[in-house]
Design a protein around this ligand. Structure first.
Ligand SMILES: NC(=O)c1ccc[n+]([C@@H]2O[C@H](COP(=O)([O-])OP(=O)(O)OC[C@H]3O[C@@H](n4cnc5c(N)ncnc54)[C@H](OP(=O)(O)O)[C@@H]3O)[C@@H](O)[C@H]2O)c1
Length: 263
């Protein structure tokens, strides 16, 4: 199915690996030109090169740390300077450190809030006026199941992403009449380096093997397995299409049935 995205300019965060990279590949396959950003380095450059070769689209890279307050404006400016007006922004970066809810501290709160809430909010704020003026735009944020059902070891993620979700839900009705949709996707447990790291940390904490921890996680997923990054990316590319122009302010789980709540 042609999603009608050919020639659109997409800015994708956390694009050197995992969910961000899979999303970049899906959008490239649809003919989007791409600005990929992450903290930078070889992995980001290699990803860009591989995508250029595979899909014959323009790909530029931007290095920026989402924990740095100066990053959002820098990334927005550099993306539009290199690619022209940005039509699609996929909000994504690395996850925060794990912390039990009774053992948080103010420095980690500040860093996590910058990473997971302020940077994506500022990035969106910088790109929205152009999208609204042109009458077309897509904001898609990669969230976490912690916004629907708090994850015990991930206090910063649960709280900071919930703040972002509330902000996105607030702006969605303000911009839909200008052709801009704002949605979130809610990964359950998708097979990436981040999830492997979390499983390893849990195994060490519980004195179990990583295989045992993973097997227990998989038993809690009705589909019986972790998802693939592309299973999320495919849905994001749909959200970015014209076919999804009436869908806004939603947060859709891609979780193999893991979350058990009514809408
Ligand atoms: N995978 C899942 O099932 C799952 C579930 C719930 C939530 N999530 C969340 O979804 C996001 C992506 O997860 P993932 O599984 O794809 O993780 P991943 O495989 O570890 O990839 C993370 C990406 O973010 C970049 N990144 C890390 N820290 C950054 C920072 N401070 N500033 C800018 N970029 C940064 C990394 O590249 P560099 O190293 O080059 O910066 C990499 O491209 C994370 O926030 C994660 O917590 C994932």
């Amino acid at each position: 199915m042609d999603l009608g995205l050919k020639g659109r300019a997409a800015l994708v965060g956390g694009a050197s690996a995992g969910l961000g990279r899979a999303t970049a590949e899906r959008l490239a396959a649809e003919g989007c030109k791409l600005a990929l950003w992450s903290r930078g380095g070889d992995a980001l450059e290699q990803t860009a090169e591989e995508i250029r070769k595979l899909y014959s689209v323009v790909v530029v890279t931007i290095a920026g740390d989402a924990r740095d307050p100066a990053t959002a404006s820098k990334v927005a400016w550099q993306a539009e300077r290199s690619l022209g007006p940005i039509d699609i922004a996929v909000l994504n970066a690395g996850g925060p450190i794990a912390a039990e809810a009774t053992k948080t501290n103010s420095d980690e709160w500040r860093t996590s809030f910058q990473l997971l809430a302020i940077t994506p909010i500022e990035l969106t704020t910088a790109l929205l006026p152009g999208m609204r003026k042109r009458g077309w735009g897509r904001i898609v944020s990669i969230m976490s199941s912690g916004i629907r059902q708090p994850i015990p070891e991930l206090s910063y993620s649960n709280a900071c992403r919930s703040a972002l979700a509330a902000w996105l839900k607030t702006i969605a009705p303000e911009v839909i009449a200008d052709g801009v949709t704002v949605n979130g996707v809610v990964p359950g447990r998708l097979d990436t380096a981040r999830v492997a790291t979390l499983d390893k940390a849990k195994a060490e904490r519980l004195g179990k093997s990583v295989a045992e921890v993973r097997a227990a996680s998989e038993r809690a997923i009705p589909a019986g397995r972790y998802g693939t990054p592309d299973e999320l990316a495919a849905y994001i590319s749909w959200l970015c299409s014209d076919l999804a122009c009436y869908q806004t302010g939603t947060f859709v789980p891609i979780d193999g049935g893991m979350l058990r709540f009514l809408p």
